[in-house]
Design a protein around this ligand. Sequence first.
Ligand code: NAP
Length: 330
Amino acid sequence: MSSKPKVLITQKVHENIQAYLNEHFDCTCWEQEGVMPRAQMLESLKEVQGVFLSGSPVNAEFIEHAPKLRAVSSASVGYNHFDIEAMKSKGIIGTHTPYVLDGTVADLVLALMLSAGRRIAELDAFVKAGKWQKGAVKGNDLFGMDVHHATVGIIGMGRIGEAIAKRAVNGFDMELLYYSRSRKPDVEELYGAQYRSLEDLLKESDYVVMITPLTPETENMIGKEQFSLMKPSAFFINASRGATVDEQAMIEALQNGTIRGAGLDVFQQEPTPIDNPLLKLPNVVTLPHIGSATEKTRYDMTMLAAENLVGALTGGKAYIVEELKGLVKS
Ligand code: NAP
């Protein structure tokens, strides 16, 4: 009988990463595409000490099925799918994958700003529909808004926020405002970032970027009142989680011209339903939650998540989420 800890791997991983996991663990693996179905996941938890997953909820139901569970490793930096109190009460460590995706997510945020501001998706569809004909477009029909030298307001100046700041200032000469729970002297010094209250940031920014974690405090942080403070010429970019924004209020703000446009990587419900009014609006760029989705970054996140699981179950190094660090003696 194997003396290695038993773990459940709920999604197919690269063969190198699988080999690394097999060295350390007695693995039960989901071999098919996509994620192991929830019912099967719950059934497979009985004997395991560790689980590797991405966005699957680790809640009371999950924990009830896993009496021997000691650690859950998520291949993501966001961990709003962890029920922190439930995990804490059973002493279950949760880990995540910070840093390795910062540049990739920041690149995508700049892409959303450029796509929304310069109307890339809308005008790509325009050309492909054969509407670009002599005499058919006049005056300012195709005009957008500059990104360079505009003012960007970043809500959530953490790891990814700083990577966005660097690109915005060094690459696009943008004016930089930010709002976070705490001031960031390094970012102020390096990029000339100016701290603002949320209200002032919303009033002054041409591009508002939401990149906080989803927590009880940030849920619906941007709603009707916040959209009404923004400039009618402003663009709203959300790459955090869909639930940080009141989606209905955002739809209304985009339909009635309270703001000019939006670039969205995340939605209240994912996949977003085909009848979501956002999908009908030409001033909105929509993406299927691909912030970190490049081959290299997803490989790096998966490898880091595997290393975290090994570290968490062997007393080695692991990126334990802030709220659960107290479970491990330093
Ligand atoms: P991070 O380093 O922890 O930064 C989060 C920032 O948000 C911190 O500056 C924090 O402020 C701020 N914040 C937290 N709660 C706040 C509140 N109530 N009010 C104001 N600011 C608040 O995290 P990160 O690595 O940059 O990732 C941020 C989030 O991006 C993740 O949690 C995830 O939800 C999202 N994300 C999305 C994708 C995607 O595919 N679209 C990919 C990766 C990450 P303090 O520093 O002052 O505490």
